[in-house]
Write a protein that binds this ligand. Structure first.
Ligand code: T4K
Length: 375
């Protein structure tokens, strides 16, 4: 039995001295939040890294979604995926919008673009897909549908930092894309987020909604909350951004190693998103599907048994949003067969920068051990 806990993820930590160098600057500036110097520096760095003209840094990814919805003036119904974290759906309902759920594809677990059009009504104002786990949606087809029906598109790209095509970030797709910079993400600012938007004219709105709806010192034109990124978050962002390529490369190596090992176990399926899309992959998560008939263990039993080996996997994303206590009555008649099936089989195995090949060997051997006991 492994003495140390292996959790599903762990934040990337730069060296303490690098971070402290920036903390010292914060002390010297006596400026800790509200568009401070490090916020501005980080904004510029990201601007260059993403090659994005318009971006709005926020205190977390959820606020970025909220601000995007408000800035685009969405209302009525928005077509979205049920296979996501609570944040995506809650951002809509908290803005008095009705989420309309579209099923997902078995191949990559993103929204099934072939089923979007049949859900469009005269109340639909937008489509909000999720690049779940960093797997890229079919952005071309979604763009075509949106144009045809005059709909806006917001991508929840919370998991997709570092995903690119031809040197361009995936965040340049849609009217708005948002990232999460939470500690559990591939790139983090402790808590944090960012919205990248197409229309430059939206800048005053994004800025206002981030800061209580304040347009200028004496003009409060909108109803907004507080979603400002502070200087300590920006400092973490500045330091961590330097490591981005290294982080993705390390995670890629670990992912390839996992795949090699898991090939040997019948009943466990993993994804190879880089083969399914013209976008690159950032190796943000390592989701597997458990086939109970072949593995002889259910997903839930595997999850529980692995805990006995000190391996803490997560059922991202189970339950489906439509089965949440707060939504299940409203959506009890909605049919989402693929999402339902996937949510019963999905399990995310540990993946993070500091994970070692020995840890993966240990996880693999733990699964074999569990399998042996039931056989
Ligand atoms: N859209 C999507 C599709 C999202 O997945 C998310 C967030 C959002 C929007 C909203 O973005 P944010 O507003 O969060 O920026 C975690 C994250 O808190 C959440 O950001 C993330 N998605 C979600 C998928 O995962 P929990 O409740 O599972 O986190 P927690 O605290 O259980 O942590 C998971 C594991 O990470 C733990 O087992 C231990 C490890 N951990 C965690 C933290 C915070 C550490 O080792 N150190 C740490 O500091 O939600």
């Amino acid at each position: 039995m492994n003495k140390k806990e292996i959790t599903v993820t762990k934040p990337f930590m730069p060296t303490l001295s690098e971070y402290l160098e920036y903390v010292e600057k914060i002390w010297n500036n006596s400026w800790v939040t509200n568009k401070g110097p490090l916020f501005k520096e980080f904004h510029l760095l990201l601007h260059d890294y993403l090659k994005a003209d318009n971006l709005c840094l926020t205190v977390n990814g959820h606020s970025a979604l909220d601000i995007a919805i408000k800035s685009l003036g969405l209302s009525g119904e928005v077509i979205t995926t049920p296979f996501t974290f609570a944040s995506t759906t809650h951002a809509l309902t908290m803005n008095q919008i009705t989420p309309v759920f579209c099923d997902i594809k078995e191949s990559d677990l993103t929204i099934d673009e072939s089923k979007i059009e049949e859900l469009i009504t005269d109340k639909t104002t937008a489509i909000m897909p999720v690049h779940v786990y960093g797997h890229s949606c079919n952005t071309e087809e979604i763009e075509r549908i949106a144009k045809k029906h005059h709909l806006k598109v917001i991508y929840d790209a919370a998991h997709s930092f570092g995903v690119q095509r031809d040197g361009q970030s995936i965040a340049l797709c849609g009217d708005v894309s948002i990232f999460s910079f939470h500690a559990t993400k591939i790139f983090h600012t402790i808590e944090g987020g960012c919205a990248i938007y197409r229309d430059k004219n939206l800048e005053p709105l994004f800025n206002a909604f981030r800061n209580f709806g304040i347009y200028s010192e004496e003009e409060i034109n909108y109803i907004g909350g507080n979603a400002k990124m502070n200087e300590f978050q920006a400092a973490m962002g500045i330091v961590n951004l330097k490591y981005m390529d290294e982080i993705i490369q390390k995670r890629k190596k670990l992912t390839l190693y996992y795949r090699k090992k898991l090939n040997l176990i019948e009943g466990i399926q993993y994804f190879v998103p880089e083969k399914l899309s013209t976008y690159s992959y950032n190796y943000a998560y390592f989701p597997i599907l458990v086939d109970e008939n072949k593995l002889k263990i259910s997903r839930d039993d595997l999850y529980e048994e692995l805990k006995k080996f000190n391996v803490y996997t997560r059922k991202y994303f189970y339950p489906l949003v439509t089965d949440f206590g707060c939504y299940k009555e409203q959506y009890k008649d909605v049919s989402l067969p693929v999402a339902k099936k996937i949510s019963q089989q999905i399990l995310c195995l540990p993946l993070y920068y500091d994970l070692s090949y020995e840890d993966i060997d240990y996880i693999y051997e733990s699964i074999l051990e569990i399998k042996k006991v039931v056989e």
